[in-house]
Design a protein around this ligand. Sequence first.
Ligand SMILES: Nc1nc2c(ncn2[C@@H]2O[C@H](COP(=O)(O)OP(=O)(O)OP(=O)(O)O)[C@@H](O)[C@H]2O)c(=O)[nH]1
Ligand SMILES: [Mg+2]
Length: 381
Amino acid sequence: MRVHVIGLGGAGGRVVDRLAADRDGDRFLHGVNAFDTDAAALDALQSVGESRRYRFGDAAAGSGLDGDLHAARRLGDAHAGELSRAMDDQQPSLAEAFVLAVGVGGGAGAGVAPALADELTRLYDTPVYAVGLLPTPDESAPGDPDAPRSAGDDPERRTPDRPLAEQNAARTLNALSDRCAAIFPFDNDAWLRPGEDIADARDRLNGVLATRLAALFGAGEADDADSTPQQVLDASDVARAVGSDGEIAVIGHATQAVEPPESGSRFGLGLFGSSEPAEVDTSAAVSAIETTIRKAARGKNTSEVPEGRADRTLLVVGGPPAWLNREAIADGRRWLADETGSGAILSGDAPVPDGDEVFAVVVRSGIDEPPRIREIRSSIA
Ligand SMILES: Nc1nc2c(ncn2[C@@H]2O[C@H](COP(=O)(O)OP(=O)(O)OP(=O)(O)O)[C@@H](O)[C@H]2O)c(=O)[nH]1
Ligand SMILES: [Mg+2]
């Protein structure tokens, strides 16, 4: 599906920058923007083209807002229309979803996200999804400001203290769930290694997230006719899976390296499906599919899902067409229905003719509240 991805604030900008670096030119990445009040943060981006970066809010004098959510909300209300116009040269009306990436514990990004979600909803009949990066408990924990940090004393690399991160996050998650079709949280803390803070780990974390977003939204947007999926996953499948009521959805993902088939669809010979040349051993394909689906379902999610249970589950299986064994995928669906207790399993495939891995994406929606989100919400209860 074609998505227009908008990074808000420092974290959102870096996530979008990573997506642009890894997937530039991919069809699903229909539009890209980075919006911030902070000129230096926008300057530091590398892959989002300069014309796609936009500094707003002169009242902030070119700086960040230091976590001042109140001021940021006011700026958001004042500038949402201007931001939507800054997207206009990328044909936003053709996007099948807008994706707002934002560190919900911050100031500028968290403050502007709800107003921009409102504005896009008002202008287009297109779902707006939020990708919310959750603050770590350490960011808002009272600590010794002089204590040595793992990133050293370099002020550029120090994670700024954000005493209000959890409260900002709680307020922003509430505001976004009222305005967005669905929220995809990314639990930073769950992905940190012992002793790391976000400044140390952010490149790795952003890479993990960008890969998952691309695997989900890029499925079904192959560049050539050979790789048209047999069971096309389209924007309405994703919409059906995650709903439109601002519920939380989480993304599981796994890959397994496989040998590319000797010849095949790359040369226009093998048609995906029954006439696929049999260079791939069936039991190897079945095992790769089964293993990848299980790992995507049971491995680490973007946020923890209590008991793994979900009302609705979306499964995408991708890789070189010859590896996409239909029966194994059907078995995987049945297994996943059992595993999640979902009444509805939506699924699609994503052939990658030149690919060297099989991958699976499992999206759960209609889940019990993840513990980290409960913790964050309780900060304003
Ligand atoms: N995954 C990830 N999370 C980040 C990154 N940078 C910051 N965060 C998280 O996002 C939150 C918000 O940080 P920023 O995005 O820098 O905040 P901002 O929107 O620029 O807001 P102000 O600077 O206060 O105006 C932080 O509290 C962290 O929890 C990043 O690069 N990757
Ligand atoms: Mg900032």
